[in-house]
Design a protein around this ligand. Structure first.
Ligand SMILES: Cc1ncc(C[n+]2csc(CCOP(=O)(O)OP(=O)(O)O)c2C)c(N)n1
Ligand SMILES: [Mg+2]
Length: 646
């Protein structure tokens, strides 16, 4: 007994064996408690009534540092991340995962993953969210459980609602007797995954290195299987920091991506029949494209059917200037006799006219006898508490299947029916839609000229001026502020990386860090990344700019500065009007004035180029030209454009 106590190294090895962590050794070792704490019978009695002397003896520090290790469990973890081809680990550093952090640098050489330093966990997760949508694969983020994970939660919720895969790791010291007094107790949890379980696809708390390997690969697989989503792994501190107990027994599991489920061929044929026989079929979609094939497949179906497409823009689904794009003519839905809804996020919301300005009322925008077909995987994985699934929508044919990969089969079924002579319904439809599309674009251009010379600057002019400066670059638009649709109305958006969707959960604070994550992904492709974001959104995470500067991530970021949480200001005005009361003070609590925030100065303080505030439209083009030059030189630039509507 005393020999064991004096040799903690051998004691630890026995402990590991006893815990059943080392393969076959488990079969011949005694149960955990007996192996870890062999106690003489005479001492058992004393232990029942512990006294001060006994406690002091049991907690004596070892005579010498027991560990003289040249590798750690963290090394194995890094090797697992390497096999998963994880490019980056976005972090805010913390002792609870110091073992992994050190191993990433010294064992992994700070490549795959390379550390991206973030000044807040919310930033790190949003960076990962923006990255995954451009690159089509997840990166990882690590945080300090419990407190780091508490900071990460809203961004994880955005990623969950946006169905974006992210690997989130949270440090935790599982063994109570190993925790240092103070913060390690304050920041440890019995089950830290419980914090995020309602908005992650899967989580685990591995108790051995092999367990970590299998869970990390499983998490990656679950996260990247449609419907995608974030997964969480709790990282035990001891597992990361201690030597690898039995290297020979460890293996790295093989990752093989899941082939996404394709809709039932019979059901797709039935959908094709309904679509071909319809007079006015309309496709409405939100998150169809998860790879570049998604847009091509949707274009093929729409062109085969010569039908209208309304794109809600959760992904880069359909080219903005395609003649069949009717996204800003949503009235089409009221004439549709068949609606095909693909990978929709909120179908009821899209097929309903909802008002909440006076009292909350709603009525369908569709004809009572319109047939609704759905295709997608969204409902294959839901949770109960958070209500992101939206209101129930009656449908006539509900096909479970990944939209992107089911489309070719559906298009083929439509072609077969058309070849059989059922073309009458589609003749001339495409021409009519092309004319309507052109009229829609022309109307947008006319609308954009309204108050063209106004100061502060109109949002339409802001968007047009930016496009003018970047249109000849290999650009990628990765964010917009709330309700800012001018880019989709005016710009020719047609490549798979030219639009990156929104936040998913409408959690404000997404835009700046997610744009930086998307720009990080675009950097290696040599693309010019541009994003717009509200002033309110900017102030949630201004520190994200430092990450862009530190890691030299080229990005042109336009602050749509209306000096307000304007959406909320408008809500408040309607509330006062509804109550028949004073509307003149609704800027209390809804505006960002007195003092005005100087975003260019904030940017410069983070090591980023800053322009503005720009209120005079004549100053905009020269400021943008300077900013574009900075970005083309590999830098980050912020342009503060004042669009205060009041
Ligand atoms: C985390 C979070 N807090 C608060 C809100 C409520 N909210 C919705 S829009 C909005 C205003 C955001 O301001 P800004 O980005 O400037 O956009 P604007 O409305 O001015 O166009 C707020 C505060 C939210 N959606 N998420
Ligand atoms: Mg604002």
């Amino acid at each position: 007994m005393s020999k064991r106590r004096n040799s903690p190294d051998s004691g630890r090895r026995n402990f590991l064996k006893g815990a059943g962590l080392v393969g076959a050794a488990a079969a011949v070792t005694p149960p955990l408690a007996a192996a870890a704490m062999p106690v003489e019978p005479s001492r058992r009695l004393k232990a029942a009534v512990p006294g001060p002397r006994q406690i002091a003896a049991d907690t004596m520090p070892p005579a010498a540092d027991p560990v003289n290790q040249s590798s750690s469990g963290g090394d194995y973890m890094v090797d697992v991340l390497k096999t998963l081809d994880i490019d980056y680990l976005a972090i805010n550093c913390a002792s609870s995962y110091r073992g992994l952090h050190e191993a990433v640098i010294n064992h992994g050489g700070n490549t795959k993953p390379e550390i991206i330093t973030c000044v807040h966990e919310d930033i790190a997760v949003h960076v990962a969210q923006g990255y995954a949508k451009i690159e089509g694969k997840p990166i990882a983020m690590a945080c300090h459980g419990v407190v780091g994970l508490q900071h990460a939660t809203m961004a994880m919720y955005n990623a969950w609602c946006d169905r974006v895969p992210i690997m989130v790791f949270g440090g935790n010291i599982m063994e109570a007797d190993k925790r240092a007094p103070g913060a390690e107790w304050l920041h440890a949890g019995v089950d830290i995954g419980q914090l995020v379980r309602e908005f992650t696809k899967w989580d685990d708390q591995p108790a051995s290195l092999q367990h970590f390997g299998e869970s990390a690969v499983r998490a990656y697989k679950i996260a990247t299987t449609p419907p995608m989503g974030p997964c969480f792994i709790s990282l035990d501190g001891e597992l990361q920091e201690n030597p690898i107990p039995d290297r020979a027994s460890l293996s790295i599991p093989k990752f093989e991506p899941v082939v996404p489920p394709v809709g039932d061929p019979g059901a797709l044929a039935e959908a094709a029949k309904l679509l071909v026989e319809a007079q006015n079929p309309v496709i409405i979609c939100d998150r169809v494209a998860r790879t570049p094939a998604g847009m091509a497949n949707l274009v093929a179906l729409a062109e085969t059917l010569q039908c209208a497409v309304i794109d809600n823009g959760g992904r880069m689904n359909f080219p903005s200037r395609h003649p069949l794009n009717q996204s800003f003519r949503r009235g089409m839905l009221s004439q549709a006799d068949v609606i095909l809804a693909i990978e929709m996020n909120d179908l009821w919301g899209s097929l309903t006219h909802f008002r909440d300005r006076i009292v909350r009322t709603s009525h369908p925008v569709t004809k009572p006898d319109a047939k609704v077909i759905t295709l997608g995987v969204r409902d294959l994985y839901l949770k109960s508490n958070y209500q992101d699934f939206g209101r129930w929508q009656n449908v006539d044919l509900d096909i479970a299947g990944d939209g992107e990969s089911s489309l070719p089969l559906l298009t083929e079924a439509v072609r077969t029916l058309l070849d059989e002579g059922r073309k009458a319904n589609i003749d001339g439809r495409g021409d009519k839609l092309a004319k309507l599309h052109l009229a829609m674009v022309e109307q947008s251009k006319i609308d954009a000229t309204i108050a063209w010379d106004a100061s502060p600057i109109t949002t339409a002019r802001m968007c047009a001026e930016v496009y003018n400066q970047i249109k000849d670059e290999d650009w990628s638009l990765v964010g917009t502020s709330i309700r800012l649709s001018w880019m989709h109305r005016l710009w020719d958006i047609k490549k798979p990386y030219q639009w990156n969707g929104g936040s998913g959960g409408s959690g404000v604070g997404y835009n700046l860090p997610a744009s930086i994550g998307a720009a990080l992904a675009n950097k290696k492709h040599g693309r010019f990344t541009v994003a717009f974001g509200g002033d309110g959104d900017f102030m949630f995470n201004p520190g994200a700019l430092w990450t862009a500067a530190h890691h030299q991530i080229p990005l042109l970021y336009i602050v749509h500065n209306n000096r307000a949480y304007h959406q909320e200001y408008m809500y408040l005005v309607t509330m006062a009007a509804r109550h028949n009361r004073d509307v003149s003070k609704m800027d209390i609590g809804t505006t960002l004035k007195d003092p005005n925030i100087d975003y260019a100065t904030v940017a410069r303080g983070m090591g980023v180029h800053g322009e503005g505030p720009i209120s005079d439209p004549n100053d905009l083009a020269p400021a943008l030209a300077r900013a574009v030059a900075v970005v083309k030189g590999g830098g980050t630039a912020v342009v503060d454009v004042v669009t205060d509507p009041r």
